[in-house]
Ligand binder design. Sequence first.
Ligand code: LMR
Length: 328
Amino acid sequence: PLKTLVKMLAVASVFATSFNVFAAPVEIKFSHVVAENTPKGQMALKFKELVEQRLPGEYTVNVFPNSQLFGDNNELAALLLNDVQFVAPSLSKFERYTKRLQVFDLPFLFNDMDAVNRFQQGEAGQTLLNSMTRKGIVGLGYLHNGMKQFSANTPLKNPSDAKGLKFRVMASDVLAAQFAAIDAIPVKKPFSEVFTLLQTRAIDGQENTWSNTYSQKFYEVQSQITESNHGVLDYMVVTSDTFWKGLPADKRKIIKEALDESIALGNKIAGEKDDQDKQLILDSKRSQLVTLSQADRQKWIDVMKPVWTKFEDEIGKDVIEAAVAANK
Ligand code: LMR
């Protein structure tokens, strides 16, 4: 009987291995730097839900928010090492891998988020998803956050109000040039450090969306927010070529569909949060809103727009023209 039992167990174990019956699900890690109550945070959680629902027992998605696992300085390197399988950095953070995406950082390029969306979904935008494939990074889709506003502890009405002030920027030479154009001092810092830098007054200001300014509590340590809508902060959801191509085709298809649906939800939330989070900040009375008249805004445009020509060769004139055309 013992012999029979051993035989049965052996058969069962061969069966289990060949049909993956007892195999643990494959872990997919999704790392990001923002809070969960943001468009990106919600998108990542939706992705987890859909993948685990559609590939039960086969794949599990673990989401790491708030730079818990990887932050701005190492998330793309970690992706290429397969230490994480999905990240969605802002479009400003790919500079080391391609210069073409810098188009998104050009100040006063897009009139609004509809224009951003048209550009992303058009031919030029879709081509940009493949701009890093030679580096091993696959762009799977764009995700919205919103338009950026300036914040500081002094009202920024005229460009000259920013003179000499230190502003945190994402790791982008275009954003650095944008602040240099108004005689301010750009300081490149990872997102996880911004609140403390502002709180300790190591820096004077920053630029971000309503959603990030709210969820990171920047408005508690910045007394003035200028509604400038001067640029866009959006994301590209990326994976590595190695991971992506290593997936069985049928699973890849299901995972991509889950991602597309999560992005659609994230985009919807981005649109809603833009108004909601702005209102929450204003209701808190911690920060005052500085609005710009047409004439005020034109002054900012006049000093910042020369940045475009500076980066025209690196980005590509064709790409900039396609973006301008998306304004209609
Ligand atoms: C920032 O660094 O300010 C943003 O890119 C953070 C984010 O991911 O929204």
